[in-house]
Write a protein that binds this ligand. Structure first.
Ligand code: ADP
Ligand code: MG
Length: 317
């Protein structure tokens, strides 16, 4: 067991290079390149809501930062640094050390620094705020989709939800398959490089945290548009593809925790989208298009409109 200041000093203090001032004073001081806008986003992870108590601390540290970097990715912003506000039930050093390992491994992979935060006793809860930069006018927004734009998604969808169903006991999977989907749930990879490469190419973007239908609805609402989505075109892992159709549909359309990018681009930019994907080593799949009519339709393989009744996740619904 350690006190508040030992915990901070031992586990969450590292020298900064990019920032002008990191942990230890009343504020951190960040350097932003001349002429760039600061991009800021916060995401909180609450035990029992966003993660299960069984998660390894390393993976929790990874995920807390990953979901935040995913928001910068969705805006096409370049990550600079982050703060960590942490509530811990006890001054548990093993837990803090594991958390810090997962956090700093991902931070190092993206060349960003922890510059400050807050530490308090309380029910386990992590809130990270990320800071990034983007040239004015170049951020990818939810509001930019236009009629005829093609709808794209990165990676594969639905594995995190499938893993959650295994934890809930509604689905069972053989060990290897379970490990695969559990990794998707606990170790999402934020698509930062893809988001940067889509600047000037994509017309709108969002990261998928609450399920495709709910998150797409946010884009459509901000853009004043509608969309048609081809269910059969949605990219899925071999593990998910082996599940019953109704379960696949639920995981793909309303899964949540995917942390892939959903974005739109004019059809004329298709080659540029594919080049961005190639350059950044992330698969992208075309899965529908934007319509001027403000309705969201999902079509099955025969081109019939599905009545899914599925919705995105809402904490208060
Ligand atoms: P204050 O009293 O001004 O809120 P604190 O005593 O809470 O400052 O924190 C001391 C320093 O440690 C500050 O620079 C703060 O940003 C940093 N800090 C506190 N908790 C964390 C944490 N979990 N991760 C990184 N830095 C932290
Ligand atoms: Mg404080």
């Amino acid at each position: 067991m350690a006190g508040e200041f030992e915990l901070i000093a031992r586990h969450f203090t590292r020298p900064v290079r990019r920032a002008a001032l990191g942990v230890g004073d009343d504020c951190a001081l960040l350097n932003v390149d001349a002429g760039q806008q600061l991009a800021v986003s916060s995401d909180m992870l609450v035990e029992g809501r966003h993660f299960l108590s069984t998660v390894a601390p390393e993976r929790l540290g990874h995920k807390a930062l990953a979901v935040n970097l995913s928001d910068l990715a969705a805006c096409g912003a370049e990550p600079l640094g982050f703060t960590l506000a942490l509530a811990l039930p006890r001054g548990d050093e093993t837990f803090a050390a594991g958390l810090a390992r997962g956090l700093f491994a991902l931070a190092d992979a993206h060349g960003i620094e922890l510059v400050g935060g807050d530490t308090t006793a309380g029910p386990l809860n992590l809130c990270i705020t990320v800071f990034g930069q983007v040239p004015p006018g170049q951020a990818l927004l939810r509001s930019g989709a236009r009629p005829g734009d093609e709808l794209w998604v990165s990676g594969t969808l639905g594995d995190a939800r499938l893993a959650l169903e295994v934890f809930r006991g509604t689905v069972s999977l053989p060990g290897g398959a379970f490990d695969t989907v559990r990794r998707a749930m606990e170790l999402p990879q934020p698509r930062v490089a893809l988001g940067l490469a889509l600047r000037g190419v994509a017309s709108s973007a969002i990261d998928l945290s609450d399920g495709l239908l709910g998150d797409l609805a946010h884009v459509l609402q901000r853009s004043g548009m509608g969309a048609q989505v081809q269910l059969g075109a949605l990219p899925r892992s071999a593990v998910l593809a082996a599940q019953p159709a109704a379960l696949q549909q639920q995981c793909l359309l309303a899964g949540g925790d995917d942390y892939e990018l959903l974005f739109t681009a004019p059809a004329a930019r298709r080659a540029d989208v594919l080049a961005a994907a190639q350059r950044t080593g992330v698969a992208v799949t075309r899965c529908g298009f934007i319509t001027g009519e403000p309705a969201l339709q999902v079509l099955d393989a025969e081109g019939r409109v599905l009545q899914t009744g599925l919705r995105g996740f809402d904490h208060f619904a």
